[in-house]
Design a protein around this ligand. Structure first.
Ligand SMILES: NC(=O)c1ccc[n+]([C@@H]2O[C@H](COP(=O)([O-])OP(=O)(O)OC[C@H]3O[C@@H](n4cnc5c(N)ncnc54)[C@H](O)[C@@H]3O)[C@@H](O)[C@H]2O)c1
Length: 286
């Protein structure tokens, strides 16, 4: 949690959300969103429900899922939200959650959003933390793809997409995040593999963004400030946004909107590719 009020995650409003006309965006179509209890996953669960889909929210945080349920209700959406508490490090949990989602209608979309961060140098990084991070951030997306692809292919239209939440750290490296950077680079490989095996019917794509104001990020700002001896404002302005040309952090809704577009009829050719929305962070220099 940040001690600087302007670095707290913003409130989500209907005005923030991209809403598209799409014949597949009905309550008969099911989308799984992992990490739906918080941050980007929560915003995406809201956005997809507002777009009319049935959303299955999977997260280990049951209290957070209840809050997401209440938030979605407050939007009075066209779609539905089903919360399925899931530990993504438990193979049985993941398989049961995917099967439960397929019972709700045509499972067509999966968004692998859940993640975590741990800031430490390679030499100091606890190996059990490395294993946990890989399990949630790359093994689980693979498992979800493994279990969901046959359901998507067997669904009404036999088409859909699996989307993976990557990062600027899926494109390059900074200090003290080696396991996170390793997982995000691996996700790019999984995304391309889904496209290769999906035959154009099951698309794979990823979304790479810079820094987004979520609870994960509020914690990271505080941790980075402590580990580098900086103020939280210095961490944001110099470390996080320093190399970017767009000098504001993204909101969870802005990220959620990229997935809405990526799942829509407008994104047929987004297959194996990445939506890099990083304010120029990785593509400009000096
Ligand atoms: N916030 C950013 O600046 C930023 C930038 C780029 C990419 N991302 C990525 O976006 C994703 C979401 O990040 P966020 O900032 O919204 O984080 P967040 O901490 O707000 O949400 C992460 C969610 O993952 C869930 N989770 C963790 N372990 C789990 C497990 N074992 N089983 C089920 N759920 C589990 C948590 O309970 C939490 O609800 C992550 O993959 C992150 O790497 C975030």
């Amino acid at each position: 949690m940040s001690s600087t009020p302007e670095l707290e995650p913003p409130e989500l409003t209907a005005d923030d959300l991209l809403v598209l006309e799409d014949p597949a965006f009905t309550p008969d179509t099911v989308a799984i969103v992992t990490g739906a209890a918080s941050g980007i996953g929560e915003a995406l669960a809201v956005a997809l429900a507002v777009n009319g889909l049935t959303v299955v929210g999977a997260d280990i945080d049951e209290t957070g899922l209840e809050e997401t349920t209440a938030t979605i209700k407050s939007f009075d959406p066209e779609g539905r939200f089903l919360s399925v508490p899931t530990d993504l490090t438990d193979d049985g949990d993941v398989e049961a959650m995917v099967d439960a989602a397929a019972e709700e209608g045509d499972l067509s979309f999966v968004a692998n959003i859940a993640g975590m961060q741990h800031i430490e140098s390679i030499a100091e990084f606890p190996v059990e933390q490395y294993d946990l991070l890989q399990s949630v951030m790359i093994r689980a997306p693979f498992l979800l793809s493994k279990y969901a692809m046959p359901h998507i292919e067997a669904s009404g239209a036999g088409t859909g997409a699996i989307a993976n939440m990557s990062s600027v750290h899926g494109h390059y490296a900074t200090q003290d995040k080696a396991p996170y950077i390793t997982a995000k680079h691996a996700l790019n490989g999984l995304t391309k593999s889904i496209a290769a095996e999906g035959g154009g019917d099951v698309r794979g794509f990823s979304v790479s963004v810079g820094y987004v104001l979520t609870p994960l990020m509020a914690d990271q700002i505080a941790d980075t400030a402590a580990s580098r001896g900086l103020s939280e404002t210095e961490v944001v302005e110099d470390v996080m946004l320093g190399p970017a040309r767009t000098k504001t952090m993204m909101t969870p809704a802005e990220v959620a909107n990229l997935f809405v577009f990526g799942f829509s009829r407008h994104a047929t050719h987004l297959n194996g590719g990445d939506l890099l929305f990083d304010g120029g962070y990785t593509t400009t220099y000096e």
